[in-house]
Design a protein around this ligand. Structure first.
Ligand code: NDP
Length: 263
């Protein structure tokens, strides 16, 4: 049913671990050439080697314009094209708004928002020359469908990504470059704390499907938005969260599951 992705080239930022690594692995399994971009060259190379297939690693800091340009040049030199950019790199240190410093705020927006802009901008010359491209931004439900204490700067950066997405989706449409986002809910990754795991158990009970999205779920959403079949979709934010952000109150989920006889 789906056209092959074999031989297409993707760059994934922040791909040495977590969701980015899962996306790189999913793209690779679909037959794509994948440039695994990470802050450290050693981490990038290790992840690329472990993923296998037609993958290679490159050192790339999304806050540095020169580094982003070098990343795009590496993709062109190694694979001859940039068909897909997945702007995934992100940070989420917590700070209450009354204690947050200006540098906390700047650090968050530098990586999550400016980093999205710089990675997209670096890939545009190649995508425009090809007159096609797929940009997939990894956002979050935080700041876009709801909020959480301690994440005002994170939520602002994630909401900002969607404003950026909508404007670039229009601006780049004449080149048949689509710009979309995947908005994950809470996703278990390999590096999370026990505190976060306990929190996720609670969230799971409150999610409509009573399951949280996995790294693979997010990767599948990204792969779909990167596919030929998603060619008429642009400026869209795809929520992948097991229905975590759906209920209007926690009792909505309990009631639905109790009525189904499986509470
Ligand atoms: P991780 O902390 O596991 O991974 C983050 C990745 O981003 C790492 O590879 C990290 O590199 C990289 N990174 C950080 N700063 C930079 C930078 N300046 N330049 C390049 N790369 C950088 O996070 P997740 O996998 O959980 O998150 C990935 C994305 O998904 C983020 O955008 C996040 O906001 C989003 N998300 C995650 C959710 C979750 O529950 N996990 C929920 C909703 C959204 P390094 O290893 O060098 O630090």
């Amino acid at each position: 049913m789906f056209a092959t992705m074999q031989g297409r080239t993707a760059i994934v930022t922040g791909a040495n671990r977590g969701i980015g690594r899962g996306i790189a692995a999913r793209f690779s399994a679909a037959g794509m050439n994948v440039l695994v971009a990470a802050r450290s060259q050693a981490d990038a190379e290790r992840a690329a080697r472990e993923i296998g297939g037609s993958c290679s690693g490159v050192a790339a800091d999304v806050t540095d314009p020169k580094s982003m340009q070098a990343m795009a040049t590496s993709a062109l030199e190694r694979y001859g094209a940039i068909d897909v950019l997945c702007a995934n790199a992100g940070i989420f240190p917590r700070a209450r708004v009354d204690e947050m410093t200006a540098s906390d705020f700047d650090a968050m927006t530098d990586v999550n928002l400016k980093g999205t802009f710089l990675s997209v901008q670096a890939c545009l010359p190649a995508m425009k020359a090809q007159r096609q491209g797929r940009i997939v931004i990894i956002g979050s439900i935080t700041g876009t469908t709801g909020g959480y204490p301690g994440y005002a700067h994170y939520g602002a950066s994630k909401a900002g990504q969607l404003g950026f997405m909508r404007c670039t989706a229009i601006e780049l449409a004449p080149w048949r470059i689509t710009v979309n986002a995947v908005l994950p809910g809470n996703v278990r990754t390999e590096h999370q704390s026990d505190e976060k795991s306990a929190y996720q158990e609670k969230k799971l009970r409150m999610s409509a499907l009573r399951r949280l999205a996995t790294v693979d779920d997010i990767a599948n959403g990204a792969l779909f938005l990167a596919s030929h079949e998603a060619g008429a979709i642009t400026g869209h934010a795809l929520i992948v969260d097991g229905g975590q952000s759906l209920p209007e109150s926690p009792s909505a989920v309990d009631e639905a599951w109790a009525a189904a006889g499986s509470a």
